[in-house]
Design a protein around this ligand. Structure first.
Ligand code: MD3
Ligand code: FE
Length: 210
C-alpha cells in the first residue's frame, strides 16, 4: 500500500491514495445505499441558531454523531426515525483493523453526503471522550479539496485533493487539528442513483475510552 505524507502536514496525518479499487468502492457504496434506506440522511443544524449544514449525514454502528439546536453529541438513535443506527458493515471494521491499528473497534461510522456546492468549515472533532484514538476517513464519489491547519484556528493551513478510494488517517497531533472541506469538484466521479450527485465521506470513530 502506498502512503503519502509531507513535512508541511501535521504529525500523524497519513494519506493512502486509491487504497480502495473500483470494485471495493462499488461494494462499499452498495452497503451505504442499503443502510441509508434504514437510516436516511438528515440535515444537521448548528447549535444555538439552527442554521442547516450544507452536508447531509447519517451513521452506522452503535453510536452516531448528530447536531441540532441544542448541541453536538453522540447518541444511539437516529434523530428523525428514533431507531438505533444500522450495524457497522464488516468491510468498515476490516478497514479499521488494517489502517487504524487501534486496540478497540470503532463505535461510529459517520457518513457525510456533499452535494455540489456543499462544504464543511474549519473545525476540530472533540466530541469523542478519547481524543487519542485515531479517526479513519474514506472518500467516495467526487473529488474534494480538504484543508488542515493546526490546533489553533489561526495556525497556517495546507490543502490536499481527496479522490474516490483515498483513505486518510488522523492520528497523533493531527487528531486535534482544525480541518474542513472547501469545495467539491462536481462530476469527477459517480455515486449510485439512490444517493445522487456529489461526494460521500465515511469517518470511523472511537467515542469511549478503552
Ligand atoms: C483531521 N469530515 O466528518 S474527513 C468530519 O471529508 C470531517 O467529510 C471531512 O471533517 C469530510 O468531521 C474530512 C478527514 C478528517 C476527519 C477527521 C479529522 C480529517 C481530520 C479529525 C482531525 C483532523
Ligand atoms: Fe472533522
Amino acid at each position: 500500500m502506498t502512503e503519502i505524507s509531507s513535512p508541511d502536514w501535521p504529525q500523524g496525518l497519513r494519506l493512502f491514495p486509491a487504497a480502495l479499487d473500483a470494485v471495493a468502492q462499488a461494494e462499499l457504496l452498495d452497503a451505504v445505499v442499503e443502510l441509508i434506506g434504514e437510516a436516511p440522511f438528515f440535515t444537521p443544524r448548528m447549535p444555538r441558531w439552527g442554521r442547516p449544514f450544507s452536508v447531509r449525514m447519517s451513521n452506522f454502528g452503535p453510536l452516531g454523531w448528530v447536531s441540532d439546536i441544542s448541541g453536538y453529541r453522540y447518541q444511539r438513535h437516529h434523530p428523525e426515525t428514533d431507531r438505533p443506527w444500522p450495524p457497522m458493515p464488516q468491510a468498515l471494521l476490516e478497514l479499521w483493523d488494517t489502517f487504524a491499528r487501534w486496540p478497540a473497534p470503532p463505535q461510529a461510522a459517520l457518513v457525510n453526503h456533499y452535494r455540489p456546492g456543499a462544504r464543511m468549515s474549519l473545525h476540530v472533532d472533540r466530541d469523542e471522550r478519547d481524543l487519542r484514538a485515531p479517526i479513519l476517513s474514506i472518500s467516495l464519489g467526487d473529488d474534494a479539496l480538504f484543508r488542515i491547519g493546526g490546533p489553533q484556528r489561526r495556525d497556517p493551513t495546507c490543502s490536499l485533493r481527496l479522490r474516490a478510494g483515498d483513505i486518510l488517517l488522523m492520528a497523533g497531533a493531527a487528531r486535534r487539528c482544525h480541518h474542513g472541506i472547501d469545495r467539491i469538484y462536481p462530476g469527477t466521479a459517480r455515486l449510485p442513483r439512490a444517493i445522487g450527485e456529489g461526494r460521500i465521506n465515511i469517518t470511523l470513530r472511537r467515542v469511549d475510552k478503552g
